[in-house]
Design a binder for this molecule. Structure first.
Ligand code: MTE
Ligand code: MO
Length: 337
């Protein structure tokens, strides 16, 4: 899988954009000479600064740190962003409950440092990454991507992260490796949805996901450690989560503790739960409906009330068709949903 030429994106949108606010904020910091490396944003002084300039951010407990990033040719810079407050408050993270507001409410004290990720299976160099390694071993980029949930809503989010391919290459897969399996932390003491089947939506935890190796190596596939200029909040999958922008959101597994290279297609949580509704591939496809609803359009979550948000057409591979269609050449996408 090679993409050598710089990216050209197929679509621009002209919705009212909170993006200007985001860039404005960064300019303000720069003018004040505030460096963006390792600066904790939890301090009252900084929180107040943002409030004064945007009048939008609420004062909540916020342990996120600012992260320095490089710009990326894989970032879709013309997309108008979903406001940060909605990215932080409208979530799916069933380990903390099934309502959209549950993760933000219940994950505030989720412990993400110390943290270890094990990389193993069919690799020559198995390893364990600690919390600091996650942030220090890789060059972090900002990537503005579309996120399309299988429930037919969408957001545009400025992620921070590095290519999963960088990590996989470090571990040096053996020639037999064909798939990559991922696992979320299992800790029912911290995750009420794992302690109660009712709260956790009937899922058998830990949450597991998987990709074909070529999908995992694709340059768009990101391991994300932050968004909107800062480290991830717990509800978004801190300290590290997957982001696969051309697939339905449930593939983008949160709070990862284990990555395993394997020669067999790994089991995946939503496929186990309802195999006729959620497949292994889960590529965004407006022409293949979910058995219970249409996937032809989506509710874009922008400014204003979540319920007043406008519908927009869903794009093949979520707008990344040019970049990823070749991965599925000759496959029946209706059968391999
Ligand atoms: N471990 C875990 N990962 C998960 C989920 C989950 O419930 N548990 N939900 C998925 C779904 S359905 C979506 S749409 C995205 C939402 O990510 P966000 O809340 O950061 O926007 O996370 C995905 N990753
Ligand atoms: Mo989702």
């Amino acid at each position: 899988m090679l993409i050598k030429k710089p990216f050209r994106w197929s679509l621009t949108e002209n919705q009212a954009t909170p993006e200007s606010v985001y860039h404005q904020r960064r300019d303000i910091l720069k003018k004040l000479g505030i460096t963006l490396v390792g600066m904790p944003l939890a301090s009252q002084a900084n929180a107040g600064l943002f409030d004064a300039f945007t009048g939008k951010d609420k004062k909540i407990v916020d342990n996120r740190r600012a992260l320095a990033t490089q710009s990326s040719v894989y970032s879709n810079k013309q997309l108008s962003l979903t406001p940060e407050s909605k990215v932080l408050e409208y979530n799916n993270f069933y380990e903390f409950g099934t309502d959209k507001s549950d993760p933000a409410a219940r994950a505030q004290n989720f412990k993400t440092n110390p943290w270890n990720i094990e990389i193993g299976g069919m690799v020559r160099k198995p390893m364990t990454l600690g919390y600091e390694d996650i942030f220090k071993k890789f060059t972090l980029e900002e990537r503005i991507y579309r996120l399309r949930c299988v429930e037919a809503w969408s957001m545009n989010i400025p992620w921070i992260g590095f290519q999963l391919a960088d990590l996989i290459r470090m571990a040096s897969p053996t020639s037999g490796a064909k798939y990559v399996a991922f696992e979320t932390l299992y800790d029912p003491k911290q995750m009420p949805g794992q302690a109660s089947r009712r709260l956790g939506g009937g899922i058998d935890y830990p949450y597991v996901e998987g990709l074909r190796l070529d999908e995992a190596m694709h340059p768009l596939t990101l391991l994300s450690v932050g968004l909107y200029g800062k480290t991830l909040a717990p509800q978004n999958g801190a300290p590290i989560r997957l982001v696969v922008p051309w697939k339905y959101g449930f593939k983008s597994i949160k709070s990862i503790v284990k990555i395993t290279l394997t020669d067999k297609q790994p089991p995946t949580t939503w496929n186990i739960l309802a195999p006729n509704e959620y497949g292994f591939y889960a590529n965004v496809n407006p022409k293949v409906d979910h058995p219970r609803w249409s996937q032809a359009s989506e509710r874009f979550i922008g400014e204003g009330s979540v319920f007043s948000s406008r519908r927009q057409p869903t794009l093949m591979f979520n707008g990344y068709e040019r970049e990823v269609a070749s991965l599925y050449k000759g496959m029946d996408l209706t059968r391999n949903y």
